[in-house]
Design a protein around this ligand. Structure first.
Ligand SMILES: [Zn+2]
Ligand SMILES: [Zn+2]
Length: 257
């Protein structure tokens, strides 16, 4: 089928990107899902710094590549052998597909899946296939998702079913920001109840880390940013103290708290 997708053909072009326009909306060919794969229709996608890192070339990836890696979508068709999602279901698309069998997966760390990471570096789906092309030439998948498209074929192992009572637009951030921010607190930091936590920077990842710290029972939880609107939101979400990093007394205020 023909789809529209935001394709990057050259990285490292001159900023500002509003002038150099590194992404092009192209009509490209999307092959049907093979075994273990799923055709989805995008509902919402987030723009993440990792997309920017591919555009700038800081994170080299095979080009051309259809970008976007944090999204919610509706399942339209499933390939042979897919049993974790069904047609019509809403799913979050995660930025690392997990095979379920390698050592990180077996240790309960699916975000570090080795075959998943290798497939992402090659611009392939976890199944080893490319399903995007133009005039017979492959277009690479970004993190197995390529969310800046109206439709995508992804590995079923990139899909996490989302409960119907969650707004699918909000569910899009589960695919990267939430699992990065909450994962940093719960898995890497192993924050325990009663521990103090400090979150610096309240973007999607930082606000997710804040929620992860609160859910872990951390107290106090201090939130730092330079934007008052972010600080207000952090306070609303339950931060014990919010501090504007522009405040010359910021460090003292946190130490004294
Ligand atoms: Zn991301
Ligand atoms: Zn794995």
């Amino acid at each position: 089928m023909k789809i529209r997708s935001a394709v990057l053909r050259e990285s490292g072009v001159t900023a500002p990107f509003a002038s150099s326009l590194p992404l092009h909306i192209e009509e490209v060919e999307l092959a049907p899902p093979g075994p273990g794969e799923v055709l989805v229709k995008m509902i919402a996608a987030g723009l993440c710094h990792s997309d920017l890192s591919v555009i700038t070339g800081v994170r080299p990836r095979p080009l051309p590549m259809s970008l976007g890696h944090e999204a919610s979508a509706q399942v339209m068709q499933v390939g042979a052998g897919v049993d974790n999602v069904r047609v019509g279901q809403t799913v979050a698309l995660v930025f690392v597909p997990s095979c379920g069998h390698c050592s990180p997966c077996m240790e309960g760390r699916p975000a570090l899946c080795e075959p998943g990471g290798n497939a992402n570096a090659r611009g392939e789906l976890l199944t080893g296939h490319h399903r995007l092309s133009l005039a017979g030439s492959h277009i690479n998948h970004h993190c197995g998702v390529s969310a800046f498209s109206d439709h995508a074929v992804v590995s079923a192992r990139s899909c996490v079913p989302i409960s119907e009572d969650i707004d699918p637009v909000e569910a899009a951030v589960f695919g990267c920001a939430v699992l990065t921010g909450v994962g940093a607190v719960v898995n890497t930091g192993q924050v325990r109840p009663g521990a103090s936590a400090l979150v610096v920077g309240l973007g999607g990842v930082g606000l997710s880390a804040l929620l992860g710290a609160l859910a872990s029972g951390a107290n106090p939880v201090v939130a730092v940013d330079v934007q008052q609107s972010k600080l207000d939101l952090a306070r609303e979400l339950g931060a014990s103290l919010v501090v504007n990093a522009k405040d010359p007394d910021a460090v003292e205020k946190i130490r004294e708290f």
